[in-house]
Design a protein around this ligand. Structure first.
Ligand SMILES: [Zn+2]
Ligand SMILES: [Zn+2]
Length: 490
């Protein structure tokens, strides 16, 4: 395979801010893919092409402005692609000079190193995060755009809580691109090194001795699962059962899962599964670059500011969560109001270094009233909002809260000079009396349209229904939105 880079085809994502231009971009992309197909078909029908020509050529977007096209056995020059009529049509369509370049390993890597547009404004953390993720494409991988509908996932156990989370993750293009980079180049799989300990690793006691350690890696498992899920060659409405079974096996073997309290036979909370899965993805590669990318994709970094009555300000550290927990109050409430309450100032008592003074008679120094405000230092590319619809014991107490397609968190930031806006991608919905019981379904936005998926059953929906407070699945009844998956758009 000699990869060929198509440069200057896609405008950088940062120039595509408005919804109108996003639609134009999609149209351009569709036309481009059609033309690429045409070129590839012509090449494959040439007698000079290699015996592997029956294999479908591989092409995929590798960043927001580049497409990688891998052509079997030979180079573009030898194929005479420079004068191909479709190429002329392509160039005309895009009104942009298209560079065809037979890539060597060196040119390929230098293309990848092309500088992404710098962030204008923002904090140091926002700039660093931007640099870490700006090369991870936000567009749908080509293979996904070729499918009319997503695929169902069989559920032989009570794994609907896993299936609904998987469906939502499989509908996040940036995650698909990112996970594809696992165990490639610098991002070596942490499980790939052979175990030298005679007794095996602590997490591997139930795994057969002959099994490779990568069989415990959920990032490897996800990377292998993506092409089987988004497989345009598979005409069936379901992913092959063997692929689903293999993934379940890795969940069972993963040391991260085993260290968690996630049950293997019982129904669990979908949010718990999501957290464990993301943890496993993060620890799958032990490099700072991988962790930095993970944080940029999934972690909401916030700062607490505590102000004492005397005016002294302190900033106690806060954790960077992968799920933002909101506490809505039912039907009459809105997610916007829940966000206002979430970021509203709170009062707390603690000692103040400036005005508490020393403790008298061996007592601790007295506490002072402080006002605490929390602000967002950097929002993740992929934001998961959990609507806590249950009480401390897991009993459902909330029948849904109004939420929107778009989410604007700009005013909750520490530095407000850059916007922080999101668009809804998927909703995991729950039905039943307990959060670790009942049934889970996923309502997802694909490259073409929206679908609601209950295990292996996939149904078309219309986009406005994605934000319904009560989600109806024909034949199954009413479901309550529980996890909202948002994608950063600005
Ligand atoms: Zn791995
Ligand atoms: Zn004070």
């Amino acid at each position: 395979m000699a990869p060929i880079l198509l440069s200057s085809i896609m405008p950088p994502a940062s120039t595509l801010r408005t919804m109108a231009s996003i639609r134009r971009k999609r149209r351009r992309r569709e036309l481009l893919y059609k033309l690429l197909d045409d070129i590839l078909r012509t090449m494959n029908s040439k007698p000079s092409s290699s015996s592997s020509s029956s294999k479908h050529p591989v092409y995929d977007s590798i960043s927001s402005s580049h497409l990688r096209l891998s052509i079997p056995s030979t180079t573009a020059g030898q194929l005479g692609l420079e004068h191909h009529p479709t190429r002329t049509a392509l160039a005309k369509l895009l009104e942009n000079p298209t560079v065809w370049q037979a890539a060597t390993k060196m040119t390929f890597e230098s293309e990848l190193r092309l500088r992404p547009p710098k962030l204008k404004g923002g904090s140091a953390l926002q700039k660093t995060r931007h640099d870490h993720v700006s090369r991870i494409a936000k567009s749908w991988p080509l293979r996904c755009t070729k499918l009319r509908a997503p695929k169902g996932l069989q559920n032989p156990m009570n794994y609907c809580y896993r299936r609904s989370v998987m469906q939502s993750l499989l509908h996040l293009p940036q995650l698909l691109h990112w996970i594809d980079g696992h165990n490639q180049g610098q991002n070596a799989c942490a499980f790939a090194t052979p175990s030298t300990a005679s007794g095996g690793s602590p997490g591997g006691k139930h795994v057969a001795k002959t099994a490779p350690k990568s069989s415990q890696c959920l990032a490897c498992a996800m990377k292998a699962f993506v092409p089987l899920y988004w497989d345009p060659q598979n005409p069936h409405a379901e992913v092959p059962q063997s692929a689903v079974t293999s993934f379940d096996k890795v969940v069972r073997a993963s040391p991260v899962v085993r260290e968690s309290s996630l049950g293997m036979e019982t129904q669990e909370d979908a949010e718990q599964f999501l957290s464990v899965l993301l943890n496993a993805f993060e620890s799958s590669t032990a490099t700072p670059a991988w962790s930095a990318q993970f944080a940029s994709l999934f972690r909401l970094q916030a700062t607490n500011t505590d102000t004492c009555a005397c005016g002294t300000v302190t900033h106690p550290t806060t954790g960077a969560e992968t799920t933002l927990r909101l506490h809505p109050n039912g039907r009459k409430d809105t997610i916007a109001a829940a966000f206002r309450r979430h970021f509203a100032p709170t009062q707390l008592e603690k000692r103040c270094a400036a005005c508490s003074g020393p403790g008298k008679n061996g007592q601790l120094p007295p506490s002072r009233v402080h006002t605490r405000t929390q602000t967002v230092d950097a929002g993740p590319e992929l934001l998961v909002v959990q609507l806590t619809i249950y009480d401390d014991y897991g009993n459902i107490i909330n029948n849904g809260t109004k939420f929107d397609d778009f989410l604007d968190l700009t005013k909750y930031q520490t530095a407000k000079d850059l916007p922080l806006k999101y668009k809804l991608s998927s909703v995991v919905c729950h039905q039943g009396r307990r959060i670790d019981g009942g049934h889970y379904v996923a309502h997802v936005s694909g490259p073409q349209r929206t679908h609601i998926i209950s295990d292996k059953v996939v149904r078309k929906t219309s986009p406005p229904s994605l934000t319904n407070v009560v989600q109806i699945v024909p034949g199954m009844g009413r479901f309550t939105p529980y996890l909202l998956f948002y994608v950063k758009i600005a």
